[in-house]
Design a protein around this ligand. Structure first.
Ligand SMILES: [Zn+2]
Length: 466
């Protein structure tokens, strides 16, 4: 061990998926260099005293829409990663419904450049799955995975860039073939858009039942997304088995429980290479909160037990607090017509405090949180053991949490440009207090101190092979 390290996080309880231990975490040159006994205080240029706190591997958020390029009036890489840093996130993945969308090498390279100049935390970028012929190029350029929107909203307000919706299963299949060749994970928002559209128009829009309450009813009935997503998932799992693509199922928990059964069967009975991410809103956006924020949350937890079961059974591999912000002016008309506004939700800053609150309620352990929000996302997207762990040699990405701190989620405290939170007024118990990326503090005692451009682009596995 070196005589003096750059940073020591001392006196804390260090948590991994396997358990916890009292230790000091020593950092030099942006990497973890040692975990030492609590009484062996190392000489360090800088010390963070984590007495009474828990020291976690840097938490990862794999479902962010930071809206850049193209819609920076909603959010951009600086404001989005600022929100994430405030929420204890050290590494994030950004989605692809931008303008221009990163489906070509040129657009991907441009997005990479923009994000690299503005991000406060490390990031990976999805390549957009639209043209089978560009998939290999995007992989070589460093895409962390390929995202496919197998969906078009009933009124074409999603995925905002309508042409990104791949509803033709022939093209979906060719994309799967192309992604399988790269070895990258293929993340899919599944749907059966025509079915959703027909049912939603028949029973809601054509009957002028379109306000926010009608939308939630339609959603709970499984028309708005819902059953159509499960049908889309069934087709996709079959095509994934044929093409051997490494499928990642988005929006588990948004779908009815049939989705859990399909994923369980594919993973555990058939041995397919499938993972799934679970939205915290599908666990925690209860009826009362959903009614309160109305169109400011596009999904709600109408059957939260399905999500908790998916987590307990291993059907869900990771948790996300989907961050898909829009402006208040865009969303507000949704109180009257919830079917014609862009559908969104916020979560970059709120996600971890919400889940820490559930840890305090005894719904999951900190070890499980680390598994679902650090280790497994890092493994799945090929950045482990650089990220997702506090083992020696890993990037010194560290999230320190105070399980006793209480707060209330409210728009005044949010760093997102969108100017609202879907979790307005929700009390939380357990807060991130330090976010450290490669040894540098980006959030310190609640204050975001990171600088734009510090965040580093992290390429996917296909680029590393080149
Ligand atoms: Zn999304």
């Amino acid at each position: 061990m070196r005589e003096k390290v750059d940073l020591a996080v001392i006196n804390g309880e260090v948590v991994s998926s396997n358990g916890r231990v009292r230790a000091n975490v020593c950092v030099s040159d942006g990497r973890i260099v040692a975990l030492t006994a609590p009484d062996a205080t190392p000489a360090a240029a800088r010390t963070i005293d984590a007495a009474g706190l828990h020291v976690l591997p840097g938490l990862i958020h794999v479902h962010c829409h930071f809206r850049e390029p193209g819609h920076t009036y909603k959010e951009d890489f600086e404001t989005g990663t600022r929100a994430a840093a405030a929420g204890g996130i050290t590494f994030c993945l950004d989605m692809t419904n931008n303008d221009p969308h990163p489906t070509t090498l040129e657009a991907f390279a441009m997005k990479r450049e923009i994000a690299s100049a503005k991000a406060l935390i490390d990031f990976g970028l999805y390549g957009g799955g639209l043209y089978p012929k560009t998939v290999a190029t995007l992989a070589a350029a460093g895409a962390i995975g390929i995202k496919i929107f197998n969906t078009r909203h009933v009124k074409e307000v999603y995925p905002y860039i309508s042409e990104l919706g791949v509803v033709d299963h022939g093209i979906l299949y060719e994309l799967f073939e192309a992604v399988a060749d790269t070895g990258l994970v293929c993340s899919v928002h599944h749907d059966d858009s025509e079915w959703c559209k027909r049912m939603t128009f028949r029973d809601y829009i054509d009957r002028d039942k379109i306000d926010s309450a009608a939308y939630r009813e339609c959603y709970a009935k499984g028309y708005m997304y819902g059953h159509g997503m499960v049908a889309g998932l069934a087709a996709s799992l079959y095509y994934a088995a044929l093409t051997k693509v490494r499928l990642h199922v988005l929006h588990l928990g948004v779908m009815p429980s049939g989705a859990n059964e399909l994923v369980r069967h594919a993973k555990f009975d058939l041995g397919q290479d499938v993972t799934a991410e679970l939205e915290v809103a599908s666990l925690l956006m209860n009826g009362e909160q959903a009614a309160k924020v109305g169109p400011f949350a596009y999904l709600w937890a109408y059957a939260p037990e399905h999500g908790w079961n998916a987590m307990a059974s291993g059907v869900a591999d990771m948790l996300v607090g989907e961050h898909a912000p829009h402006t208040v002016a865009e969303v507000e008309p949704g109180w009257q017509d919830n079917f014609s506004i862009p559908l969104g939700i916020t979560g970059a800053q709120e996600f971890i405090p919400l889940m820490l609150t559930e840890v305090n309620r005894g719904r999951l352990s900190l070890e499980t949180l680390v598994r679902l929000c650090a280790e497994q996302p890092a493994r799945r997207f090929g950045v482990h053991p650089r990220k997702g762990t506090l083992d020696v040699g890993a990037d010194a990405d560290i999230t320190v949490v105070d399980m006793n701190r209480r707060d209330v989620l409210t728009r005044a405290n949010m760093r997102s440009r969108s100017g609202h939170t879907s979790w307005e007024g929700v009390p939380v118990h357990g807060m991130p207090v330090h976010t450290i990326v490669r040894g540098e503090s980006v959030m310190h005692n609640g204050a975001v101190v990171g600088r734009p451009g510090y965040g580093r682009f992290t390429p996917g596995i296909a680029a590393k092979r080149h």
